[in-house]
Design a protein around this ligand. Structure first.
Ligand code: PMP
Length: 409
């Protein structure tokens, strides 16, 4: 599809069968896209096609079905590689963002981080981008340094520059925050880290489905993302790494597929990307993820982004008219996440009452407890939009929210 065209949302919604159902007697309004996205028919069909026609284990199979499955799986890798401007050896299939981060912490991290070194993250990271680094720092006697954020939910860049030094081995930062939607200035963060000789992991869990990412242009050293947030299956994701870094890293898990030769005298490891893919992989997951990327390409990331920005601006403007509501996270650059609080009402109660009206939002700490601590709150209500959502749904959501406030107030 050409870029910068207004999307035909009615027709796009037909691609997503799950959207056409009633929940508690009301049409489903799905505003929990930051937790997981819905899947288009292309993805569902690609998975069922694999099981209906060519289910087989991949690689080294002499027979027809194994060849079809291998081709489809490796095609998916190629689709994803081209999409982010990487080469196929740099695309490692993993379970998701969490595994991508743990893989890098356990391999590159263990190899390079020593006592006295430091790793930098931000105050608004997902637990998956905190705990693996914390564990690594504990093992190595290194320090985890945390970039503070301001009241609007933006990283304070000057503080980052103060934290960076020659002992910084790694900076790991989300491109976009799942809790507040803030888009971080990742290019600047990467440039400054490189100036000090540190490598950068970009947590792309909330970015790959909204932005056209070019890893060469971005110059990140690693990028991780999860298929299920990008219209693909659960249990599959990608770790991208610069080839020379991945080549020098030790393997993560041992087992089948990641070996070249095994002998009791010693084992040699397979070439990239198989070195990091021990065991039978999530074959239908990889194939489904390839279909999801082709689907995003068909719609166009620029068009997706434009529609979601329209939804975000519309919802932000309208929700600000409700005196009981306070927005949490008002950064100047945001993706389609609206985090908010309603007076002293517990977010969970709002979530339950909205669910009664067919509306799915997420409530709680969004796996960002340190961020909640920073704002001195327990959690928020979070509505997160995808391009298949509509302004009409936002109107219905706001009307339902007002009813909920009345009932609880
Ligand atoms: N980082 C961010 C920013 C996320 O939003 C998430 C998922 N909520 C993760 C990491 C972890 O992703 P997964 O659970 O798919 O591994």
């Amino acid at each position: 599809m050409a870029s910068n065209v207004a999307l035909d949302i009615t027709s796009i919604r037909k691609d997503f069968p799950i959207l056409h159902q009633q929940v508690n007697g009301k049409p489903l309004i799905y505003f929990d896209n930051a937790a997981t996205s819905q899947k288009p028919n292309e993805v569902i069909d690609a998975i069922s096609d694999y099981y209906n026609r060519y289910n087989s284990n991949i690689h080294r199979g002499a027979h027809h079905l194994a060849q079809l499955a291998t081709e489809a799986y490796e095609d998916a890798r190629q689709t994803i590689a081209s999409h982010i401007n990487a080469n196929v050896r740099e695309i490692n299939f993993v379970r998701g963002t969490t595994e991508a981060i743990n893989l890098v912490a356990s391999t590159y991290g263990r190899q390079h981080v020593k006592a006295g070194d430091n790793i930098i993250i931000s105050e608004m990271e997902h637990h998956s981008n905190i705990v693996p680094w914390q564990m690594l720092c504990e093992q190595k006697g290194a320090t985890l340094r945390v970039i503070p954020i301001n009241d609007t939910g933006e990283i304070i860049l000057e503080k980052y520059l103060e934290l960076l030094d020659e002992k910084t081995k790694l900076v790991s930062i989300a491109y976009i925050s799942n809790a507040l939607g803030t888009e971080h200035p990742v290019r600047e963060i990467i440039r400054h880290a490189h100036n000090k000789g540190a490598v950068v992991f970009i947590d792309g869990a909330q970015a790959i489905q909204h932005k056209q990412i070019d890893v060469r242009e971005l110059d990140c050293d690693f990028l991780g993302f999860s298929g299920h947030k990008a219209f693909g299956p659960t249990g599959i994701g990608v770790l991208y790494g610069k080839e020379q870094l991945l080549t020098a890293m030790p393997p993560y898990m041992g087992g089948g597929e990641m070996i070249k030769t095994v002998s009791f005298k010693g084992t040699t490891y397979n070439d990239l990307p198989y070195k990091f893919e021990a065991g039978t992989p999530h074959i239908e997951g990889g194939i489904g993820l390839g279909a999801a990327f082709r689907y995003m390409q068909k719609i166009g990331l620029e068009n997706i982004d434009a529609q979601e920005q329209k939804l975000l601006q519309y919802a932000t403007k309208k929700i600000k008219e409700l005196p009981e509501v306070t927005l949490v996270g008002t950064a100047s650059k945001k993706s389609s996440v609206l985090s908010f609080l309603v007076k002293d009402i517990h977010p969970y109660d709002i979530g339950v009452l909205l669910n009664e009206q067919g509306i799915a939002i997420r409530t709680g700490h969004h796996c960002c407890q340190p961020l909640m601590e920073r704002f001195n709150i327990e959690g928020t209500c979070r509505a997160s939009f995808a391009f298949y959502n509509t302004t009409e749904e936002i109107d219905l959501f706001l009307a339902a929210l007002q009813r909920a406030i009345k009932m609880l107030g």
